[in-house]
Write a protein that binds this ligand. Sequence first.
Ligand SMILES: *Cc1c(COP(=O)(O)O)cnc(C)c1O
Length: 349
Amino acid sequence: MTGVTIHLDEARWQEHLATVLADTPALVPVVKGHGYGFGLVRLAAESRRIGVDTIAVGMASEVGVVSGPFSGDVVVLQPYEPADNLARTLTKDPHVLTTVSRLDDLRGLAAQGHRPRVLVEVQTSMRRHGLLPEELGQAAALLDDVTFEGWSIHLPLRQESRDEEAGRLARAAVGARPGTLWLSHLPADHVRRLGEELGVPVRARVGTRLWLGDAKGRAVTATVLDVHPVRKGERAGYRGRVVPGAGWVVVVAGGTSHGVGLEAPTSASTWRQRATALATGSLGAAGRALSPFTLDGRKRWFLEPPHMQSSQVFLPAGATPPAVGDEVPVELRLTIATPDAVIMGPTRG
Ligand SMILES: *Cc1c(COP(=O)(O)O)cnc(C)c1O
């Protein structure tokens, strides 16, 4: 297989999933987007294997993808939008829980008469979606005309006041109407405590920590597609830039479509780092970015920004060049990267 590959130690991964499942109150795996690098179908199947009754997808269009491998309930996290035909249709699906974030939308759903299953989102300091605390009373009055499944609270990732905020919003919501609390980005013990304090069921939605929490259980590699010796002063790449010196231009699988280059290049992402690069005369000073590919033991510089499906990386003379077909380590954040394949087996790279 040529491309960007995740090598996943499956036994270890499944052990990690079991640990998170056991530690988390009523875990709701989040299975959305590019599937955390693994794909929606694989994660939906894995959710079925670990035995959860509910998963969460990001968008209405993802329900159809997961509902083959997973036959339980599916929460749609992106709030209901009445102009979206698919979202409207899904409100009639007995396995779908629709998230509602505006009073008008809740009114519309309550008036439909078929009592769709809904979660009502409470707005947090993220200011993304949801009802304000002062709207909760009005919402509560509409809940008899839908199948009310609970309150959804999506907390910001890092914040000193997060725990206080979670408690305050949960109390306001349950005060308006008792219901299950569906919480994101709150530690498991706090989720549990909130449920005990307020006397309602709680559910914790987890994506990254569940699927990607065990970084040592996987490795990501890229295939070397070509290796070209270059002399000082020669030019290469789309832009025909002069190569940094004698050595090799190594063409490696992995480009913008895989998420290569989506991360801030570590060499020069801050002014201080840029100044350091300037002082040391490194390639960062010449506007080059450090690539995520490791060749002969070190991360190497991009020759130019990554292409769509491959990258040109400069390897200076003195290093040992790879052979075409070699798999080299590539550091990618799987929350944003999309590999070509996942191989189950011992990790490499
Ligand atoms: C994406 C998402 C999650 C999962 O986030 P992770 O950081 O991957 O765990 C949880 N809740 C909501 C509402 C989301 O949109």
